[in-house]
Design a binder for this molecule. Structure first.
Ligand code: IPM
Ligand code: MG
Length: 370
């Protein structure tokens, strides 16, 4: 009997719907090839949900319950100029993304920063520094730290307005994200860099203590500590010397954008936000989305790179559905399409003009490789 999985599909805004359509074509293809099916519950999120609810919410209750009844969430992207003037709490990013992360306890954000050897020309890093490209995995803590710490607020003190946030971490929160990072390092190059600001922040002192403690359970992994400012510099000078990087929420927000920029194209990078492991299995509940965002400037033109969304499907298959062979097949087919020279605008150079393709053709090239 063929296996069945349930997924929630939230395409969102901007290029979200168009790259999602293509990612689902790839999912159809691997389902046929590897003999499983997905039941897809398609729901609104972000600006699309605001439009449909008369600006009531970017995250309707039906959307949350569809996610609750699924094995994993395939997410597109949210946001755009149309909704930027709404009150901050209901703007697509803050009103949908952050509550989804919190509601589902998606504490582990895996953001690969990969620059394939054949795409180093798209990276702003001097090409002689990255002759073979690079492949770094950023593991970002996603439900703690200054994003969610309390107190958080704004008030009058001594006749002027002050505003404040709290960067707070529990030992258990640091411990669990470090274990995800060490486990990821075990499956890769066995090198982990823990990023903190232990020369200034109390939460970072605890972070470093816990990192050293957890390291004892992973003796094969080489652990190094970097202050976040130094990490930001080393990433653009020698990105190919990193394997896995682990850090707290805000540092990870910033460093993962730096990694995405130096890798050359946001259109190539998927991400996973993982919650707890499902009972009795090594699969996680998770949400999978491109790193790039809704790109309203190119939406609706059929030119967006679908690879980030397609590789997000691969991560969903691997971490939440246990369809590892299908995940590997998608990753191999995406690499093969690049190797064959297919280029969307974001990764094309002048010399590639004749190989330039749109969203659909890039997906067709990937499908051909399956
Ligand atoms: C990200 C984004 C979000 C974050 C914003 C949109 C809330 O920048 O996913 O990195 O800061 O986490
Ligand atoms: Mg960010």
């Amino acid at each position: 009997m063929s296996r069945t999985h349930r997924i929630a599909v939230l395409a969102g805004d901007g290029i979200g719907p168009e790259v999602m359509t293509d990612a689902l074509r790839v999912l159809d293809a691997v389902e046929a090839k590897f003999d499983f099916t997905t039941e897809r519950n398609v729901q609104l999120v972000g600006g699309a949900a605001l439009d449909a609810t008369n600006n009531e919410t970017p995250l309707p209750a039906e959307t949350i319950s569809a996610c609750e009844n699924s094995d994993g969430i395939l997410f597109g992207s949210v946001g755009g100029p149309k909704w930027e003037t709404l009150p901050p709490d209901i703007q697509p990013e803050r009103g949908a993304l952050l509550p989804l992360r919190k509601h589902f306890g998606l504490f582990a954000n895996l953001r690969p920063g990969v620059c394939m050897p054949s795409l180093t020309h798209a990276s702003p890093v001097k090409n002689e520094l990255i002759p073979n490209g690079f492949d770094v995995l950023c593991v970002r803590e996603l439900t703690g730290g200054v994003y969610f710490g309390s107190p958080k607020g704004r008030e009058e003190r001594d006749g002027e307005t002050v505003a404040f946030d709290t960067m707070i971490y529990k030992r258990s929160e640091i411990d669990r994200i470090l274990r995800v990072a060490f486990t990821a390092a075990m499956g890769r190059g066995k090198r982990l860099v823990s990023v903190d600001k232990a020369n200034v922040l109390a939460s970072s002192v605890l972070w470093r203590e816990v990192a050293i403690e957890v390291a004892k359970d992973y003796p094969e992994v080489e652990l190094e500590h970097l202050y976040v400012d130094n990490a930001a510099m080393q990433l653009c000078r020698r990105p190919d010397s990193f394997d896995v990087l682990v850090t707290e929420n805000l540092f990870g927000d910033i460093l993962s954008d730096e990694m995405a920029m130096i890798s050359g194209s946001l259109g190539m990078l998927p991400s996973a936000s993982l919650g707890g492991q499902k009972e009795g299995s090594d699969l996680y509940f998770g949400m999978y989305e491109p790193s790039g965002g809704s790109a309203p400037d190119i939406a609706g033109q059929g030119i967006a790179n679908p690879i980030a969304q397609i590789l997000s499907v691969a991560m969903l298959l691997r971490f939440s559905l246990g369809e590892t062979d299908a995940a590997k097949a998608i990753e191999a087919a995406a690499s093969a399409a690049i190797d064959k020279g297919f280029r969307t605008g974001d990764i094309a150079t002048g010399a590639d003009a004749e190989k330039k393709v749109g969203t659909t053709e890039m997906t067709d090239a990937i499908l051909a490789g399956l």
